[in-house]
Ligand binder design. Structure first.
Ligand code: NAD
Length: 355
């Protein structure tokens, strides 16, 4: 029996609800694949601030670095929005990513056939969409200096170094080699110097991957093309802020932001997390969609632990629950069938895990 140590960071808002469902599913897959998970909880975000005065206690970094992988829920909420910037939950998360060096955020956006009617877009536009957004995660405007504000002025700086662009570009080309061998690099090179460097370096790196076709697209056009003709994309390579925005847009092709998982990886430990936030508007109501987090647990098994069979079982169980017509409220808008709660969806998926 193989044993893995998983750090669980539930965070704020719907974080605890969705992580509990992912653990339910992990436990189900553990018992049928002879895996032993030990979980260690760690604090982050507003809930960490309330207890320790710090949105990222040092203990959370240490626990995470000493585990095999981190499964993360979400952080943030209005309650903490007026704190000084460095005390806010989002600052804790950015610092966490930096400390762990998770520079690559892989965000698959796949339209399930079972949910073809759940999207606000026409079925003929979205059928077969299978995009991997490879987003740079610890550079760009979220981290650049100088930044600051006075009463009448606020400023941030978008900075990328050659090294930062090279390493994320390698990730994107390698991902494309496992897929349809196409990378579309997203930038704003017509206006931004930092984007011109991005474009030049990505083009240089492409020479090392002759089997992968590279195209470039301005971010404003990419936002339009994603809803006009999303099937044209295979791997979308983006900087931090562009990827943040475009992957939320891509989530709506799939039906709901509550479906999309992600893997944040670097050279050390990986963090597996839904792409959505803490959804304070629905927290505590038992209506959040846990599938993005359950799918993130599947990515953790696949990428961090090499437990491919277990990951496949989770993916199949998710599809089965959807095929049987079960929907959390976010998906029921256009496609109302069996509306179920967060925990009912988690239990269904856990029960569909088969030996
Ligand atoms: P959000 O992703 O939390 O929510 C956007 C909308 O999507 C809301 O209507 C929400 O109800 C819905 N939604 C999100 N996840 C859902 C799910 N699993 N099931 C059903 N519906 C879901 O984004 P926001 O409202 O802009 O931000 C809320 C808080 O989350 C803010 O404090 C923000 O800073 C934080 N945030 C955190 C992360 C993170 O922890 N990685 C990411 C983004 C935003």
């Amino acid at each position: 029996m193989k044993s893995y140590k998983i750090t669980l960071i539930k965070g704020d808002g719907i974080g605890p609800e969705i992580i509990d469902e992912a653990v339910k599913v992990l436990d189900a897959v553990a018992s049928c694949c002879e895996i032993d998970f030990s979980y260690d909880e760690a604090l982050m975000g507003g809930s960490a601030y309330d207890i320790t005065g710090d949105p990222l206690p040092q203990e959370t970094i240490i626990k995470s670095l000493n585990s095999d992988a981190v499964l993360f829920g979400a952080i943030g909420g209005q309650k903490w929005d007026t704190l000084p910037r460095e005390k806010r939950p989002e600052s804790g998360l950015l610092r966490f990513r930096k400390e762990l060096g998770v520079y690559a955020n892989l965000r698959p956006a796949v339209v399930y056939d079972e949910l073809i009617n759940a999207s606000s877009l026409k079925p003929e536009i979205i059928k077969g969409v299978d995009i991997m957004v490879v987003r740079e995660l610890i550079g760009g405007i979220y981290f650049g200096e100088p930044k600051g504000r006075t009463e009448d002025k606020g400023w941030n700086t978008m900075v990328y170094t050659r090294m930062e662009i090279e390493r994320i570009a390698h990730r994107a080309f390698k991902a494309a080699q496992q897929r349809d061998k196409r990378v579309c690099s997203i930038d704003k090179a017509n206006v931004l110097d930092v984007s011109q460097l991005w474009r030049d370096v990505v083009t240089e790196i492409a020479a090392q991957y002759p089997d992968v076709a590279l195209t470039h697209m301005y971010v404003d056009n990419a936002a339009m093309q994603l809803v006009l003709n999303p099937r044209q994309f295979d791997v979308m390579l983006t900087g931090n802020i562009f990827g943040d925005i475009l992957s939320d847009e891509a989530s709506m092709l799939c039906g709901s932001i509550g479906l999309l998982p992600s893997a944040s990886i670097g050279d050390k430990i990986g963090v597996y997390e839904p792409i959505h936030g803490s959804a304070p508007d629905i927290a505590g109501q038992g209506i959040a969609n846990p599938i993005a987090t359950i799918s993130s647990a599947s990515m953790m098994l696949r990428y961090a632990l090499g437990e491919i069979e277990a990951a496949d079982k989770i993916d199949a169980a998710i599809k089965k629950a959807l095929r049987e017509g079960y929907r959390t409220q976010d998906l029921a808008l256009f496609d109302a069938k069996e509306v179920c709660s967060t925990s009912e969806m988690g239990s269904l998926i856990a029960n569909y895990i088969v030996r």
